[in-house]
Ligand binder design. Structure first.
Ligand SMILES: Cc1ncc(COP(=O)(O)O)c(C=O)c1O
Length: 389
């Protein structure tokens, strides 16, 4: 297995303002909101030689198979508030919010995606009675485009990669169309910043779950990175509060744009084609607004190959966690970090410490999942009760 482990030459001891307090209250008004599971995986922990492994399982969130709806919902809401010039209060649930915004119809939400964010934006548009226009790179698995179409979105395949799809989606903005992108570029920064804010709910839930138990807060947290928006949320959380774990970012080895940027000293483009099976991480350029936090806040970068992602999917299935290719990246990265000799000399002894990985998606491509793991995703983690005569 091929990996590249490097410490962050740009790391600074810097603190950031905490995210706005009203985000959690907003998410609680979303349909089917409940905190996702924080799992203890003792067998994997002993296999890895660490004290405790916690898995924050974002495999099912508000009925969708990834965490992305947290950012898409909050950013859409804030963008609509800005569009109409006030908060569409009062509303207690999504139907009341949709009714308060009905005067805008016909109205469109647009974005580029490599899968999960576009599905979340499509879902949000459907809940609000709006249209969705989603731009995707060439070669996206049919299961992913179909999932967006099932939400009512019009999906357009752009001639090129994810970065080309981002450029194309940006052209859609207009009087009756908001672009809800999870990455940013010069002049388009507010909405992606709100996407990042929305993701911080995950880490607030982790703190609540740990505070309600007798467990320790993690000493090391591992997060997958595409454009780095999700990592930026992790840094916002862990570099603004009392708990300051080491932070590790994981990328595919041929789309390691955050690692390459840190090594180069500034934002760097890693040219495609990006063909990793960790499709959510196939990005060539870090998000502009995420970059200051990424540069200062990450301790270690790990880039991994597809074979390690496949192995991590199987290892997580063994721990009853259904992780898609992108979702399994954090475990693949942790494994690569722990066997890296140079890192071992610099990391604290983790044999009695707590490590948390975030598994950011479930089986977003069920057929591919079954090919890798050897079992259908709906056969993982079943609880069997012996039937006695
Ligand atoms: C499942 C999953 N995990 C992680 C990421 C990475 O997020 P970001 O692009 O914000 O770094 C993505 C992005 O699409 C994703 O879909």
């Amino acid at each position: 297995m091929n990996s590249l482990v490097t410490s962050n030459p740009l790391r600074e001891d810097r603190l950031w303002p905490p995210p706005p307090a009203e985000i959690a209250a907003f998410h609680r008004r979303m349909p089917a909101y409940s905190p996702t599971l924080l799992l203890d995986a003792p067998d994997l922990a002993s296999k890895l030689g660490i004290g405790r492994l916690l898995i924050k399982a974002e495999t099912r969130r508000m009925g969708l198979p990834s965490f992305k709806i947290l950012g898409a919902s909050w950013a859409t809401y804030r963008a609509l508030c800005a569009h109409i010039g006030h908060e569409p209060e009062p509303w207690g649930n999504i139907n009341e919010l949709a009714a308060n915004l009905a005067h805008l119809r016909p109205f469109t939400l647009a974005t580029a995606t490599d899968g999960n964010h576009g599905r979340a934006v499509s879902f949000m548009a459907r809940l609000l009675g709006f249209d969705a226009r989603i731009f995707v790179p060439e070669g996206m698995a049919r299961a992913r485009t179909k999932a967006m179409e099932a939400e009512g979105a019009v999906v357009t395949v752009v001639n090129g990669d994810y970065d080309d799809a981002v450029t194309r989606a940006g052209e859609e903005a207009g009087e009756s169309c908001i672009v809800v992108s999870d990455t940013s570029w010069p002049g388009y920064e507010t909405i992606p910043a709100q996407v990042i804010e929305g993701y911080t709910t995950i880490f607030a839930e982790v703190d609540e779950a740990i505070d309600a138990s007798d467990l320790d807060h993690p000493d090391l947290v591992v997060v997958p990175m595409g454009v780095g928006a999700f990592m930026s949320a992790a840094i916002t959380h862990y570099r603004s509060g009392d708990h300051r774990p080491l932070i590790v970012g994981v990328e595919p080895i041929d789309a390691n744009c955050v690692q390459a940027s840190a090594l180069a000293g500034n934002i760097t483009h890693v040219p495609g084609p990006h063909r990793s099976i960790m499709v959510g991480l196939n990005c060539g350029r870090p998000s502009l607004i995420a970059w200051p936090r990424l540069a200062a806040g990450i301790d270690w970068f790990v880039s991994v190959d597809d074979d390690s992602a496949r192995q991590a999917m199987r290892d997580l299935a063994g721990a009853a966690v259904v992780a898609g290719e992108t979702g399994a990246a954090s475990l693949a990265g942790l494994e690569a970090l722990l066997i890296d000799e140079a890192a071992a000399g610099q990391l604290p002894d983790l044999s009695d410490r707590t490590v948390m990985i975030v598994v950011t998606e479930g089986a977003t491509d069920p057929a591919a999942y079954e090919t890798v793991v050897g079992r259908s995703h709906d056969r993982i983690g079943r609880v069997l009760t012996a039937i006695r005569p």
